[in-house]
Ligand binder design. Structure first.
Ligand code: IMP
Length: 430
């Protein structure tokens, strides 16, 4: 059995949902291991578009879907998402959806704090999704979070709520916000417990049983390497570790059981929210990528910032994740460009750099060094065989492989899952 981790190697929205959906056909279990409903994974299955935020993408195909301990769970948002997806015809029950009882809850006070602190930060704001992700992870690390399984133990829940509110009400007073009433919160938790507890289990245990029975796990990363809390463009990052190593930490599966790491990239780069972006385009080329690629956020609808492929950043992502093969998405969006640029290095204060420095100002100041390749000026939309790609598209991909030092195993040429060129089957043993 092959257990595979799928991660984003840029700033998110690479198309991980499509790759997870494609591979989930042969996986038995799909596992989310970090992030929350800040993720936006779009799947197109039999012409129906599913927009998932917290649910593992395998749910649409009836696969056992596990939300691991590393995830932050907003039960109200989850309930709404489940309704949207069941309205489209998917069946969701505690038999297919398992939520770790150790996962941290996102409460309404986290959402409010996320929005308050962003509003107060003015120009320095992160541009979060406003879903309370950061404040929930902060409470987890500070050891005052309420976790999913806590809802089942009324005796200890009250003390936990006291401890949580001691901090949050002091903070809210400071922000000039009304305090949260303990009785109200206890009642809210009581109501939501009824909905979520049927799905709550020790996920690590279920996963170990699945492994023992020879089942194949697919780990679905959310956000991406450049949004990782350690390896991303800190502080303009999300609040979780998004890299492949987190698949083990955020699910309770041992590292020896992870066989492969697949990195997903777009054929260009996008970013939502604030923060540095060396290859960002502010010209007609950027507008064209946004328009043709329909680059607007799945979760917030915000227009995405667009730019050329940055081989320096992706090379770095490949190393910190241990990526074995890449999936290149949205190749067709570049079909009509005369020329296509790739960033092959940076310049900073007269020096050449072959990696992205960690300092905030340096990250904003580096200038990309570009290599220009000829475009292919013909449609690749829907192509399913590598040999049918235009010569210049093949040259573009070959140059990326050279610069990145890994093979491109999959190439996507439309949102439909069948429109994918598979050069290296991740389930074939090397
Ligand atoms: P947060 O995760 O809501 O705290 O947002 C932190 C940063 O991560 C912001 O720049 C968001 O735009 C970005 N972000 C969070 N989730 C995603 C995602 O799924 N795709 C792209 N960017 C994301």
């Amino acid at each position: 059995m092959t257990n595979i981790v799928i991660i984003g190697a840029q700033w998110g929205d690479e198309g991980k949902g499509k790759i997870v959906d494609l591979l989930s056909e042969r996986a038995d279990v799909v596992v989310r291991f970090q992030g929350g409903n800040n993720a936006g994974h779009t799947l197109v299955v039999d012409g129906v578009t599913y927009k998932l935020s917290l649910l593992p993408s395998g749910i649409v195909r009836g696969k056992l879907s596990v939300v691991g301990n590393g995830v932050v769970v907003d039960p109200w948002a989850l309930r709404d998402e489940m309704k949207r997806i069941t309205d489209l015809g998917t069946k969701i029950s505690p038999d297919v959806l398992k939520i770790s009882d150790q996962a941290t809850l996102i409460l309404p006070l986290h959402r409010e704090l996320d929005q308050m602190s962003e509003a107060a930060a003015g120009k320095g704001k992160i541009g979060t999704t406003g879903r309370g992700i950061g404040p929930a992870y902060q409470d987890k690390v500070a050891r005052r979070a309420i976790r999913v399984g806590d809802l089942a133990e009324k005796e200890s829940l009250e003390a936990k709520v006291d401890n949580l509110l001691l901090f949050h009400n002091a903070l809210r007073k400071g922000w000039g916000q009304p305090e949260v009433d303990k009785a109200d919160l206890m009642q809210t938790l009581d109501e939501i417990a009824e909905f979520i507890l049927p799905y709550a289990i020790p996920a690590w245990k279920i996963l170990s049983e699945q492994l023992k029975n020879g089942k194949s796990l697919l780990f679905e990363g959310a956000q991406a390497t450049m949004l990782d809390n350690d390896f991303g463009t800190y502080p303009f990052v999300t609040s979780s570790n998004t890299i492949a190593g987190q698949a083990a930490v955020g699910s309770g599966v041992g590292m020896k059981d992870i066989d492969k790491v697949i990195g997903v990239v777009k054929a260009y780069t996008t970013r939502v929210g604030s923060g540095p972006f060396p290859t960002e385009l502010f010209d007609a080329d950027g507008d064209r990528i946004r328009e043709v690629g329909r680059e607007f956020g799945t979760v917030t609808g915000r227009p995405r910032r667009c730019g050329w492929f940055d081989a320096v950043l992706v090379r770095q992502a490949i190393l910190v994740n241990g990526v074995q093969n890449l999936a290149v998405m949205k190749l067709d969006i570049l079909d009509q460009f005369d020329e296509i640029k790739v960033c092959v290095g940076y310049e900073h204060k007269g020096k050449k750099l072959d990696y992205y420095p960690m300092q905030m100002n340096a990250q904003a100041e580096v200038r990309p060094v570009y290599e220009t390749l000829p475009g292919w000026k013909s449609s690749t939309f829907g192509i399913r065989e590598y040999d049918k790609l235009p010569e210049n598209a093949k040259k573009y991909l070959a140059r990326l492989e050279e610069l990145l030092g890994v093979k491109i195993g999959m190439i996507s040429t439309s949102p439909e899952r069948e429109d994918t060129i598979i050069r290296i089957d991740p389930y074939e043993k090397k």
